[in-house]
Ligand binder design. Sequence first.
Ligand code: IPM
Ligand code: MG
Length: 372
Amino acid sequence: MVGTNTPRKFQIKIAVLPGDGIGTEIVAEAIKVLKVLDLSFEMETALVGGAAYEAHGHPLPPATLELAKAADAILFGAVGDWKYDSLDRPLRPEQAILGLRKNLSLFANFRPAICYEQLVNASSLKPELVSGLDILIIRELTGDIYFGQPRGRRVATDGHFPGTQEAFDTMRYSKPEIERIAHVTFQAARKRNKKVTSVDKSNVLETFQFWKDVVTEVHAQYPDVALDHMYVDNAAMQLVKEPKKFDVIVTGNMFGDILSDEASMLTGSIGMLPSASLNAKNQGLYEPSHGSAPDIAGKNIANPLATILSAAMMLRFSLNQTAAADRIESAVSAVLSQGLRTADIYSQGTQKVSTQQMGDAVVAAITKTSKG
Ligand code: IPM
Ligand code: MG
């Protein structure tokens, strides 16, 4: 707005999109945590996913998209439910998150996989393999087979589907798309251990030979960062064999989807993994890496920590509130040290708590630190 007569707005705007399933429960806990921080921002909630489909006949209604576009940051829960499985592809709840990513050009998806020391025993891997684990998966989020041209039973290019004999989705990447994610990755690696593994399938796919070539070309501008390349099947294996040898992983949309779910289990539970999806303006959508888990929805048992940690990422990346982000992250660590666990990370000798109790405990830990 600079340069116009419109008064400059200083109020930070957060669009809150809880979505479906456990989405509403976990987002409610993250909001509780944000509210206790004494920061001033406006929050506005809108329907998205299956909830929006029920109310407005579309998973990403125009009003929701406009709210998201106008916001500095978006706090997102999760979308999806098996009951929508028979809907045509464009109306499925998942289209809401894909539409937001595409419309806002949220091309850089950061999925850190950090194993909290207190949860070393919750991992399905041996403690020595995951203790101290801190890797960052950077997933390209607006290209690849996810956004190539589809055809099949539910999406027809010629307007009708009867007797479908084949289906396809097209894998594609343009040079600028690979370049920008490569730059983001090398810059992120500079703030860590300066080590990047680019994951591809260049032995089979043209798209990923191209990916490898372009990443290598961009790398020339970052001689201080080490780069190696790994095939995705090998990366999937190495992640469970010796996960700590990775630092930053960069990969395409599809492989990143799979590898980030895999990496989440190293940390004990997918319920612990936050994520940030950023565009070139650092506007971001923040969501847990997990889904809507309809099987446990409404039971007050889901783990809200991934969403609470996503709110911390939002403060750090989009809202420039590093101290507040640190406070949330320390509070999460403190509640884990107190032995509080939701069902997904529970082990003998710890205390099982509900979704709301976990949120309350994080709030209490933050309030305690602010009182010194
Ligand atoms: C994720 C999810 C989404 C994806 C779904 C819900 C469309 O699995 O964010 O990882 O595939 O990207
Ligand atoms: Mg996924």
